[in-house]
Design a protein around this ligand. Structure first.
Ligand code: NOJ
Length: 552
């Protein structure tokens, strides 16, 4: 790589001092999906006490914060994203005391704690929705949700053509003939944010958790709260062609909500943070959620959805840093979460699966296990060298693949059931994770119980098998996180180097990163190799390998 030439420079931190406050600008945040992390009660579902017990191992990984998916009172029709009481803990997960203990333990270990907030919809068991059902059409109680009369004679057709994200119509009829809107499962009625009571309630909820000491919120469906006036039909072709905005996602007025929340958080000490789950594109539109008076971070799903392709990755990295930088926000990077096929599998699937379909035992898309592990590790090594903040999803540090061997009757994702199995859904990335190779339920639950079946492969991937093994994925993550901190890569600047069409190389401070996404061998630059995503066989990089080299 002696002919390397500087291609472009991009700035991650837009003039902010990341060494001082605003920890979130450079943080690595570890996502815990409580149902599947660690089960202390022995019922096969993870819980808060289980999380507390395993926190030292999270801290040892070298992350800065944890984000917990919902643990609130919920009938669990959508893994807890159907909240019946925003101010309490579901007995499945424990109690408010358990929460306080978990929070104290995390803070004691130097970990910030972000909790999930679900403002687009509640559970149908929420007291407001129960009151709405008991009240008459046109009542005050119904005005907190989106109830409408149907179309057609006798109103027997839904009020418009919107479809649920999980499949099927987005409307369900109640016995008195009205319909209510649910962009997700029928057990998740959408709030009507035009009613100021809804906004006031959520400000109270924010304060409830801020007062308890949380460091921030991940905001579910942040692009969905506000619907277009008049609830017009979707013209799918026009939305696709970009000539019509979705009438239910990405409406301009959602930003008002986050400006208010920004003020709520700013009144608290410490750097409390709001992170948007906003599936909008292009990145400029996503960046609007993190303007200086709104949220702080947004998940970079454009990056997550980019295939393992050098040119496309370079493009999305540049575009992200530029788009977020223009509003003074850091870019985030994310490869896996509880809604997507684990990246260790996803990036190697042939043929690539249909977006959002998931994979199952009879899917045409398959990933070669060796290629997929190499590629998954390489993708992580690339991501963790980028300036900004990164999210890591529980189990990816073990190299867990997506689990496909889950029988229909064991599947719990409403996506699978609402589409009669046409879409596999997200259970495959939610299987309880393995801690100990030889323990019951691989150390997830002493009772040996697990709400989704764990595959035999979990033994060799268990954390205790990987600990101390220099070639393991766990140790790769640990080393990468330690080096990222040591070399301040999160607050660095990225400078591209030219290494041909199927590889990527950039400098970030004194680290040069080279990634080989093609088949031709790529030279490793001179210097000290401080990280290699796979053991290097020669002086050059083979396919699906990434190295970090200390160059000066
Ligand atoms: C996004 C969450 O991440 C997902 O798990 C959930 O099903 C939907 N929002 C609905 O809340």
């Amino acid at each position: 790589m002696t002919d390397a030439s500087t291609q472009s420079a991009a700035h991650a931190t837009a003039g902010h001092d990341s060494r001082g406050g605003e920890w979130w600008r450079t943080a690595v945040i570890y996502q815990i999906y409580p149902r599947s992390f660690a089960d202390a009660s022995g019922d096969g579902v993870g819980d808060l006490a289980g999380i507390t017990g395993r926190l030292p191992q999270v801290a040892e990984l070298g992350v800065d914060a944890i984000w917990l998916s919902p643990f609130y009172t919920s009938p669990q029709k959508d893994g807890g994203y159907d909240v019946a009481d925003y101010r309490d803990i579901d007995p499945l997960f424990g109690t408010l005391d358990d929460f306080d203990r978990m929070l104290d333990a995390a803070h004691g270990l130097g970990l910030k704690v972000i909790v999930d907030l679900v403002p687009n919809h509640s559970s149908d068991q929420h007291e407001w929705f129960q009151a709405a059902l008991a009240a008459a059409p046109g009542s005050h109680e119904r005005s907190r949700y989106i109830f409408r009369d149907g179309k057609g004679s006798e109103g027997s057709l839904p009020p418009n053509n919107w479809q649920s994200v999980f499949g099927g119509p987005a409307w369900t009829r109640v016995p008195d003939g009205q319909w209510y809107l649910h962009l997700f499962d029928s057990s998740q009625p959408d709030f009507d944010w035009a009613n100021p009571e809804v906004g006031d309630m959520f400000v109270d909820v924010l304060r409830f958790w801020l007062d308890r000491g949380v460091d921030g919120f991940r905001v579910d469906v942040a692009h969905g709260n506000v619907k277009a006036v008049g609830l017009p039909d979707v013209d799918a072709e026009m939305v696709e062609a970009g000539s019509m905005e979705s009438p239910f996602f990405g409406q301009e007025d959602v930003h008002e909500i986050y400006r208010r929340w920004h003020e709520v958080l700013a009144a608290y000490d410490g750097d409390r943070v709001l992170c948007a789950e906003a599936w909008v594109s292009p990145l400029e539109k996503m960046a609007r959620y993190v303007r200086p008076d709104e949220m702080h971070q947004a998940f970079n799903f454009v990056y997550l959805e980019t295939p393992w392709d050098a040119a496309r990755l370079r493009d999305v990295i540049d575009h992200s840093i530029r788009a977020f930088g223009e509003v003074g926000a850091p870019s985030t990077w994310v490869l896996s979460n509880h809604d997507t096929i684990r990246h260790r599998t996803r990036l190697a699937l042939v043929p690539p699966p249909t977006h959002g379909a998931g994979i199952g035992p009879t899917s045409a898309s398959k990933a070669d296990p060796t290629v997929s592990l190499r590629r998954g590790r390489a993708a992580t090594a690339l991501m963790l060298a980028l300036p900004g903040s990164a999210y890591v999803y529980q189990g990816e540090e073990l190299g867990l693949p997506e689990v496909t061997a889950i029988e229909a009757h064991q599947r719990q994702d409403p996506t699978f059931h609402r589409t009669a199995g046409e879409l596999w859904g997200r259970d495959g990335c939610r299987v309880p994770i393995p801690w100990e190779a030889d323990a019951p339920a691989y150390g997830f639950s002493e009772a040996g119980a697990s709400w989704l079946p764990q595959p035999p492969l979990w033994a060799e991937l268990a954390r205790d098998r990987q600990e101390g093994d220099a070639g393991s994925t766990l140790e790769l993550y640990r080393s990468a996180l330690a080096l990222r901190a040591e070399h301040s890569l999160g607050s660095g600047e990225l400078e591209w180097l030219d290494v041909g069409r199927t590889a990527l190389a950039f400098r970030n401070g004194d680290i040069t990163v080279v990634a080989n996404l093609g088949h031709d061998a790529v030279d490793v630059p001179r210097g000290e190799i401080v990280l290699a995503s796979s053991p290097l066989d020669s002086a050059s990089l083979a396919a699906d390998e990434v190295v970090w080299v200390r160059t000066h």
